[in-house]
Design a protein around this ligand. Structure first.
Ligand code: ADP
Ligand code: MG
Length: 325
């Protein structure tokens, strides 16, 4: 069992940022409105995520650590409302690190806690905590030293973690996110309204006021596929594409087709080595897109890639043209 979980961990947990992604997704699935992330040593020594969500009942703590055990119902594989549904993240992490879950539901008189180290779980014990869940991951990959060697150093791991949190935070503007670490990659993102205005405020919190100030609003629809968001004016560019944020049905994605469409849209107005800054949100019938191609990757598969590409290229070009660019 531990072996199987370690193999799964090899797929799902590539680095500290993957731990943060899984834990934050769980917190969001639990309905959290405040998510606090603390890291140490670039996340290799410590990742701790605390939420104010629904919590886990004491008698379900051990279940949360067993493989393919998920409390999230999957009625239709194409219509997944929860971010996670495989029941793989916690057992995987628990097989390669020291993991503690402390949780309390609204009904419970007190909190309870369980630990797992390199696949070995401890008995559930009473603990003190407010409603919600704290998951603490220490010494990531201590049980699989070969993987530790692939880590790029504290700085690079912190940057990757901060990037994951930013991507998620833009998708959930009404949730307060904080990220604190031992270096400068800290974030404090107060909750904003859960509407278009709130989303714009959150984008500005994450990317800086300069971005929406130097961007054109994008709004278009083709055959039931809706595109909204912001795309920078050609004078506001970056040397890499890291500041291109994309969402499909509210889920952060990093997708070649979308990146290619953005490049295509700016082909005539940007040199090849400059990249536009964008935050684009696609909404379409969930049956027309597969967002679960790979558990850890964030690429997607559209039923009609040409339609999506055409929509993005067309909408950005039209916005540029309307601005006289
Ligand atoms: P999945 O998210 O795919 O269900 P995980 O291994 O990530 O699988 O989590 C296992 C289960 O543990 C979840 O289905 C959920 O019931 C519970 N859980 C994990 N994290 C939290 C959390 N922060 N709040 C409430 N429940 C949680
Ligand atoms: Mg999960």
């Amino acid at each position: 069992e531990t072996m199987i979980n370690q193999i799964a961990a090899g797929e799902v947990i590539e680095r500290p940022a993957s731990v943060v992604k899984e834990l934050v997704e769980n917190a969001l699935d639990a309905g959290a409105t405040r998510i606090e992330i603390v890291t140490g040593g670039g996340g290799l020594n410590l990742v701790r995520v605390t939420d104010d969500g629904g919590g886990i009942a004491e008698d379900e703590l051990a279940l949360a650590l067993s493989r393919h055990c998920t409390s999230k119902l999957v009625q239709d594989i194409h219509d997944i409302r929860s971010l996670g549904f495989r029941g793989e993240a916690l057992p995987s992490i628990g097989s390669v690190a020291r993991l503690t879950i402390r949780s309390r539901t609204a009904q419970a008189p007190n909190a309870a806690e369980i630990g797992i180290e390199g696949g070995r779980a401890s008995p559930v014990r009473p603990a003190a905590a407010n409603r919600g869940t704290t998951v603490e991951v220490r010494d990531l990959f201590f049980a699989t030293p070969a993987r530790l060697k692939f880590m790029k150093g504290e700085r690079a791991e912190s940057t990757a973690t901060s990037d994951v949190v930013k991507r998620m935070a833009i998708a959930f503007p009404a949730v307060r996110f904080t990220l604190a670490g031992t270096d400068r990659s800290t974030l404090e993102l107060p909750a904003t309204a859960d509407n278009a205005e709130g989303r714009l405020d959150r984008i500005a919190q994450v990317m800086g006021r300069n971005f929406p100030d130097n961007a054109l609003p994008i709004n278009a629809e083709r055959e039931g596929v809706r595109l909204s968001g912001y795309a920078s004016i050609p004078s506001f560019t970056r040397a890499n594409a890291l500041q291109q944020y994309a969402y499909v049905n509210g889920r952060p994605v990093r997708d070649k087709l979308i990146a290619g469409a953005i490049r295509g849209a700016y082909a005539d107005v940007l040199p090849r080595d400059r990249h536009a800054v964008t935050a684009l949100f696609l909404k379409l019938d969930p049956a027309l897109v597969d967002v679960n191609v790979h558990p850890a990757k964030t690429d997607v598969r559209f039923r009609d890639p040409g339609l999506v590409r055409g929509l993005i290229v067309g909408a950005i070009r039209q916005a540029l043209a309307q601005a006289g660019i």
